[in-house]
Design a protein around this ligand. Sequence first.
Ligand code: 4AD
Ligand code: MG
Length: 478
Amino acid sequence: MALTTPLRVADILLTQPEDQILNVSGWVRTKRGNKEVAFIAISDGSTIHTLQVVAEVSRFDEELMKKIQTGAAISVRGKLVASQGSGQAVELVAEDLSVLGEAPAEEYPLQKKKHTLEFLREIAHLRPRTNTFGAIFRIRHTLAYAIHHYFNSKHFYYVHAPIITGSDAEGAGEMFRVSTLDAGNPPRKEDGTVDFSQDFFGKEANLTVSGQLEAELAALALSRVYTFGPTFRAENSNTTRHLAEFWMIEPEAAFFELEDNMNLAEDFLKYLIAYVLEHNADDLAFLEKRLLEEESQIAKDQRSPMPLIEKLRFVLDNPFERITYTEAISILERSGKKFEFPVKWGIDLQSEHERYLVEKHFKKPVILTNYPKDIKAFYMKQDADGKTVRAMDVLFPGIGEIIGGSQREEDYDKLSRRVDEMGIHRESLWWYLETRKFGTVPHSGFGLGFERLVLFVTGMGNIRDVIPFPRTPRNLEF
Ligand code: 4AD
Ligand code: MG
């Protein structure tokens, strides 16, 4: 049988059945039936639903029918009819069947049964074929698309920040080195240290931790810009919220102050959630059901307070709480709760503190502002009190920090002093400092961790399950 461009399963399922002849290709999810008739459910990833193919066994070669097993890729030409069974509106009565690729049952690891997410991580090359991961990756796509759509409609230009850099945007020193030197025998200077002047770029190079600094340069010309690219952090954090390679969206806007920045962040997040509710209703319904089943196994007080879709609507319908860091500390101190990390002004908030504020105290997203300057990056605008900076973190239920951002220090002298105070290598940032000399203006921006957003929207519990191929400490398969 010749291959002709197949229709998508998603489209076929919405087609009025009139005995028309159609082509479809996909992967077999299940085959059941008896000696006379086989019911083959096929998926092509275009929807969470499968198309039922009905094959009259006697019409087809026995060897061929044997190869039609879970995981095999098949192509079908058939007649679209109203389904006689319940559970689907239409089905395809096969006239021609061919196997494009077999999947021997003794070897194919994705047999129709429940698999743990941990097991599926070990077969990340195949997991997109499951309902759960199909739904997650379709939603991930929708979110990426909606991000560009949102910024385009708000007249923000997409800029591409470099991935290889010579600077450390966050000043935290958590970078992956990029080098072509022989690791076993690098050239050395007289004092014994590695001579990076002989390296590919003639100096030390790293994978970027953030596109912010370059986005700032662009914002100081184009006014409103954003980046959306991969970022890399060599922090040894083995948590359900950290990846070594993740995607970040970083808008940056000239003439925006902290309050404009908060408004943008809240509007942006709500737009994205609303967009997925509108465009991925079936996927969300599936993930919600999955989560309810999963959580029925655990103690009541550990379950999500609301089903997934209700949670998403709740975030849309309620204004985010906006409080300062100082107010947050006082709420935590008055809570009477014994935290593992004791609370006092000046501490970096731990996830237990953030979760208390969001999940127990306010029960909705919170934007925390004006953090102590010593726990935040060098580029944040200093407040008049000399103690805090115009930072803002957006905290989400179940996630903690989803956005980190700030108004930027636009004053050359203040910024320059901060760079020195924090021991930052100023030679690698001369160009950044120079923007404060030439036509500097107030400006602000933030970074949204893309996978944390996908985590929130899908209701999944581990960030490794919302990116196709996670990179985490000691894990670089695929
Ligand atoms: O708070 P962060 O470190 O902020 C920045 O990088 C700024 N340059 C952003 C800006 O102002 N333009 O990171 C921003 C967000 C976090 O809120 C979190 O959602 C996500 O990036 N993030 C991570 N996501 C997954 N794995 C990690 N290791 C992450 N580190 C940060
Ligand atoms: Mg942060």
